[in-house]
Design a protein around this ligand. Structure first.
Ligand code: 6PG
Length: 254
């Protein structure tokens, strides 16, 4: 599963160069999209890798000023079962690194209320929010303009972890996914949503992910050993932004 019609793999020297390449791709797509649309929708990822991208999009004036923030709506691809102010919160990471530093109306920020008492209800509420925002009925799937995703060394993406029930969800847009190793739920958008996105950007850095990345990108595309291999958008584009360490086991490009 190397470069193909709807999939590109970009290998950059380090996490800084990788984040810059992703930032330029995002800005390019935003300006293209907003020529024909009122708003641009983005589902953010959590973890540590995207923080540098979020900071770059805000701290560098030349990049920040190219984005009409008031026309961007932010959602999350997944969230930990913690309150918004908790250090593990994906919302908090993006808020501190980016959203608190740009002129964006709070109504454009659609976070998962991961602190709510009932996890399944919190997931259902987020689905209602997404359906309301996209103006879609039951059975319809929203199309995000852009979804940011990462990958764990175990091949998980968003909070689609190996051997978890969310991997087989085909109806709901959002689920509270029980993850045994955390003894906790993780909130995650589901595969129907990810696979309906117009654009998926993976940001993967670090040698600890190199073996899994080789299996995912060069392995037999007929077998899906890892959840990340289930991300196969029907019409959308996929771009992998990798740093040299993460890409260190890949065959050299032809
Ligand atoms: C999360 C993420 C998760 C992340 C990977 C990679 O909530 O943790 O959404 O899917 O992208 O775990 O995490 P790192 O970027 O920290 O390596």
């Amino acid at each position: 599963m190397m470069n193909s019609e709807n999939q590109k793999i970009r290998i950059l020297a380090d996490p800084g160069a990788m984040s810059r390449a992703a930032a330029e791709t995002i800005i390019g797509r935003i300006s293209e999209c907003l020529q024909t649309r009122d708003v641009y929708t983005m589902a953010l990822s959590g973890g540590s890798t995207p923080r540098r991208l979020y900071s770059l999009l805000t701290n560098e004036a030349a990049l920040r000023e190219q984005i009409p923030w008031e026309r961007i709506h932010f959602f999350w691809g997944d969230e930990r079962r913690v309150p918004a102010g908790h250090p593990d919160s994906n919302y908090l990471m993006a808020y501190n690194a980016m959203l608190s530093k740009v002129p964006i109306p709070s109504t454009n920020i659609h976070r998962i209320h991961a602190e709510d008492a009932d996890a399944d209800e919190a997931a259902a509420d987020y689905e209602i929010e997404i359906r309301r925002f996209f103006g879609i009925e039951a059975g319809q799937i929203p199309q995000f303009n852009c979804v940011l995703l990462g990958m764990g060394a175990d091949g998980h993406t968003a909070s689609l972890f190996p051997a978890t029930s969310a991997l087989v969800e085909t109806k709901r847009l959002v689920v509270a996914n029980w993850v045994k190793k955390f003894q906790s739920h993780r909130f995650t958008l589901t595969l129907p949503v990810f696979n309906n996105a117009a654009q998926i950007l993976f940001l993967v850095s670090g040698e600890d992910k190199a073996d899994t990345l080789k299996a995912v990108l060069e392995g037999d595309s007929k077998t899906t050993r890892f959840p990340v291999q289930l991300i196969q958008p029907a019409h959308g584009e996929v771009t992998w932004f990798l740093d040299h360490s993460a890409a260190s086991r890949l065959k050299p490009a032809d």
